[in-house]
Design a protein around this ligand. Structure first.
Ligand SMILES: [Zn+2]
Length: 444
């Protein structure tokens, strides 16, 4: 039995060890936070929406728009009553209310529309300024007049090139996949057309020469700094080494006729993936992957474990290619930490600050920063999630909360005596800006 005094002493010890937000908020050095907030960031991953004055709204912010999926249990912070959305409205549009009342929101939506019409083609850059973003990597099918360098850098999608055969077996898996493969089929038709090819080439060699390489070269000429794979929405990330002869056979057997069985098709996809990754290395473009959790009730979480990518990082023929594991791989954040020692592996923490509070993300950032800090990149995943949370609001939330998470991690490292204040500020600059600048060779 413990005495009352012993219990009290124990409680005091527990209280003094407790981390995270108490009544006074998280342990965060105001000086570090203000330094972190001053740095004009490079956002490694986002989906900015083009300004359109009237007519068809822009749909090219994603190759696989997630709006038509079956219902799932939304994470709390992606629901419309997330108080951060209200704060974003207040910060971006001077929203005068303290509630998300539908009439208030409707009224203020017109105000938001007027603001964007006034700024017209300069509107997307104005949004970046509001969130302290200098350069945003734009995941888009095409760029557009208001989304241009130097403030926006292109990251096009190339999953469509991995699936050149009949995809009906893959599409039959569930309704989400059905919608996704329809989107990929239409993007691939567009890629063929852009390459001046009017029917799928008869041999793999021709497909690589007349379609795959020209698409990648056009992207490079169009200013792309990386190619994006949303493959995790379409198949597991286990792109194993495949023999060219085996891939040629599958291609020749099924192109334009019949439906390839899953195992044969996988061989071809694996080969194509490594071919594309190697071409990206030759052309000086990074390869971006969606890693970790993804949207939808059918999303294959196990298939998105970043450890499945290890054999790619270890392929001597792919060492010239720089791979970026987008979203930081949650829930596999420890696995992804270990992968940072591969010389060609990088990660960003986009989306995390949209779905978790800063105190939850900070320990993960801490672990990455004591491991290989020069491979850790800031990112937001600003995306038009809903009517209330457009890419603008998502950007403001993820940038603000993502910076707080970084400041909490750096404060903790300082308190632990691991780093000086100067080093903390240097690490902040690396994560928010310099690591990305080095990776993509962007100008100062
Ligand atoms: Zn994204």
């Amino acid at each position: 039995m413990k005495t009352r005094a012993q219990w009290l002493a124990m409680l005091l010890v527990i209280a003094s060890c407790a981390r995270g937000p108490g009544p006074g908020g998280p342990d965060i050095s105001p000086e570090i936070l203000s330094e972190v907030n001053r740095i004009r960031a490079i956002d490694n991953h986002a989906h900015p929406v083009r300004f359109v004055s009237e007519g068809t709204p822009d749909r090219e912010f994603d190759a696989l728009p997630v709006e038509n999926m079956e219902p799932w249990s939304d994470p709390l912070k992606l629901r419309s009553d997330n108080p951060d959305v209200l704060r974003a409205w207040q910060m971006l549009w001077n929203y005068p209310y303290n509630d998300s009342d539908a009439t208030h929101m409707r009224e203020w939506k017109q105000h938001k529309q007027r603001a964007s019409q006034q700024k017209a083609a300069e509107y997307p850059e104005w949004v970046l300024d509001k969130a302290g973003i200098d350069v945003m990597l734009a995941n888009r099918v095409h760029m557009g007049p208001s989304i241009q360098p130097p403030r926006f850098r292109w990251v096009p999608y190339v999953d469509a090139l991995l699936f050149p055969l009949d995809n009906s077996l893959l599409a039959a898996r569930n309704s989400d996949r059905k919608a996704f493969f329809a989107d990929e089929d239409s993007l691939r038709r567009q890629y063929l057309q852009d390459s001046g090819v009017h029917a799928p080439p008869k041999s793999l060699d021709e497909y690589l020469r007349l379609v795959v390489t020209p698409v990648l070269e056009r992207h490079k000429q169009g200013g792309a700094v990386a190619e994006k794979f949303e493959a995790a929405y379409l198949r597991p990330l286990s792109f194993e080494k495949a023999e060219r002869a085996a891939a040629e056979k599958v291609y020749a057997n099924y192109v334009g006729r019949g439906t390839p069985p899953d195992d044969e098709y996988k061989t071809l996809q694996d080969f194509l993936f490594r071919f594309i990754a190697s071409e990206c290395g030759r052309l000086g473009m990074a390869v971006h992957f969606h890693t970790g959790f993804g949207g939808g009730s059918y999303f294959d979480i196990r298939g998105t474990n970043p450890l499945l990518l290890e054999s790619l990082f270890d392929d001597p023929e792919l060492r010239r290619t720089k791979f970026v594991m987008v979203h930081g791989g949650w829930p596999f954040t420890r696995e992804i930490t270990a992968l940072l020692t591969k010389p060609n592996a990088y990660l960003d923490y986009s989306v995390q600050a949209l779905v978790f509070p800063p105190t939850t993300i900070a320990p993960t950032l801490h672990e990455w920063l004591v491991w290989v800090p020069e491979k850790v990149l800031f990112g937001t995943d600003a995306y038009p999630w809903s009517d209330q949370m457009g890419w603008e609001e998502a950007l403001w939330i993820a940038a603000t909360r993502g910076r707080e998470a970084l400041a909490i991690a750096l404060t903790q490292m300082m308190r632990d005596g691991d780093i000086s204040k100067d080093r903390a500020i240097e690490l902040a600059r690396m994560v928010l800006r310099e690591n990305a600048r080095n990776l993509y060779a962007l100008p100062e």
